[in-house]
Design a protein around this ligand. Structure first.
Ligand SMILES: Cc1cc2nc3c(=O)[nH]c(=O)nc-3n(C[C@H](O)[C@H](O)[C@H](O)COP(=O)(O)OP(=O)(O)OC[C@H]3O[C@@H](n4cnc5c(N)ncnc54)[C@H](O)[C@@H]3O)c2cc1C
Length: 393
């Protein structure tokens, strides 16, 4: 019998799989890697906060029942007419499909950006970025050329800001440890608008900007990146900014295979879904997380965040359990639990409803949400094991 197949073990896919697993409903979970990545914490990997392996959680450790199957494979295509998923390990048929393949960095056709700038959208990318910065520090030591101590991040959204916050803390320490002159270090954050962090309140943006500036980050505001060449971003104003490290965090898009499958997508390959998270006009295919374009009545589409993906995954998983018991599905309702942006390991800004928090208080909230997530994934054992590693006890 054709069963439930879930594509992607990120925040959305994993939440749906765990819900089914708890109720003993059979499913097949297909993921590129044998682990779940804590993607919302990748800036910590780039800043060497902890061992990179602690940002991955083995899928084999999460699913033990005979009713759950984990397939480590690359999904290459979805054939809707045949109800088949093509992978590098063969074709897998489905009765119900859950698409939760996340997103990757979008460069919007900007010349040279994909080739010459790093991105921060997978554990591997975060580790490559970290190693590159270490190599640049070494090159500076060998050549004395200050360009190797120049670091530019383009994009003042959550990803770019959390990365810059992490580096503003780690890089001066690392340079000092290597005996390099910290005053030659230059960190620049390029953003197209007058204020960074568009998803938080104006007051918190100002706090975040002041904190980054205080720690030596140059905020290059109201400047768009027009392209990149080896070792330089070219701005719309014509300025050329040279740096040994270029990072692009200017936006994300869902995988092209969704459009190629014939699903109803927008200009970022996100699939239009209805109130039950089903792809519009495509029965038996559900889409969640960064791959989905969900618009509540009179609202704007939900943003691509881990929080949205996780809630969609839980909801869809619960609906599939209901359906297995012959009960009708419930419509998805999103509950905004607020947003916390870390600016390194010691400072953050948080917006929970109308409440604001800054500094260590914001980080306590972030730690709370990390703990809650770990507890939900694997219970107290996973929570304690991982938290000990992160606390380096
Ligand atoms: C540095 C950074 C910080 C962030 N901070 C926050 C934050 O503080 N709060 C927040 O809510 N959100 C944050 N986000 C956004 C959040 O990480 C994403 O919105 C979230 O991961 C989306 O979940 P998802 O389940 O849709 O996809 P993902 O978590 O990306 O999971 C997709 C899964 O599918 C797999 N996959 C993809 N393509 C294939 C394929 N072809 N074949 C097989 N497997 C495949 C991937 O390997 C992955 O396991 C941050 C993102 C970044 C990069």
């Amino acid at each position: 019998m054709r069963g439930i197949v879930i594509l992607g073990a990120g925040y959305g896919g994993l939440a749906a799989a765990l819900e089914l697993d708890r109720h003993g409903i059979p499913f097949t979970l297909i993921n590129r890697e044998p682990y779940h990545t804590f993607k919302t914490l990748l800036h910590e990997v780039a800043g060497a906060r902890h061992d990179p392996h602690t940002y991955a959680l083995s899928l084999a450790d999460l699913f033990h029942r005979e009713t759950s199957e984990v397939v480590v494979a690359e999904v290459n295509a979805v054939r809707l007419s045949d109800k088949l998923v093509e992978t590098n390990r063969g074709a897998i048929s489905y009765g119900t499909l859950v698409v939760a393949l996340g997103s990757r960095t979008a460069t919007f056709g900007l010349s040279g950006v994909a080739e010459h700038a790093f991105r921060l959208d997978s554990l591997r990318a975060a580790m490559e970025l970290h190693h590159h910065v270490e190599r640049e520090l070494e090159r500076y030591r060998q050549t004395g050329d200050p360009v190797h101590l120049n670091v530019l991040v383009a994009g003042g959204g959550l990803t770019g800001v959390e990365l810059m916050g992490e580096w503003a803390d780690w890089l001066p320490k690392r340079a000092r440890d290597l005996g390099l002159p910290v005053h030659d270090l230059h960190l620049g954050l390029i953003h197209a608008h007058a204020e960074i962090l568009p998803d938080v309140d104006h007051q918190l943006r100002a706090v975040a900007q002041a904190k980054l500036s205080e720690r030596g980050v140059e905020l290059i505001l109201n400047e768009r990146v027009a392209g990149a060449e080896p070792g330089a971003f070219i701005l719309g104003s014509g300025r050329k900014l040279e740096a040994g490290t270029l990072v692009w965090t200017g936006g994300v898009e869902a995988p092209a295979l969704l459009q190629e499958a014939g699903l109803p997508v927008d200009n970022r390959n996100r699939v239009d879904v209805d109130e039950f998270l089903m792809a519009k006009g495509v029965p038996d295919v559900y889409v969640i997380g960064d791959c989905a374009r969900f618009t509540a009545a009179h609202g704007t589409p939900l943003p691509p965040t881990g929080q949205v993906a996780e809630q969609m995954g839980h909801h869809l998983g619960a609906n599939l359990v209901r359906s297995a018991h012959g009960r009708p599905p419930l419509p998805f309702v999103y509950h905004d639990h607020g947003m916390v942006a870390s600016l390194g390991p010691r400072y953050g800004v948080a917006e929970i409803g109308t409440h604001h928090a800054t500094g260590a208080t914001a980080l306590v909230l972030k730690d709370g949400s990390k703990m809650k997530y770990l507890m939900h994934l694997g219970g107290p054992v996973t929570l304690l094991k991982r938290y000990r590693q992160w606390l380096e006890i």
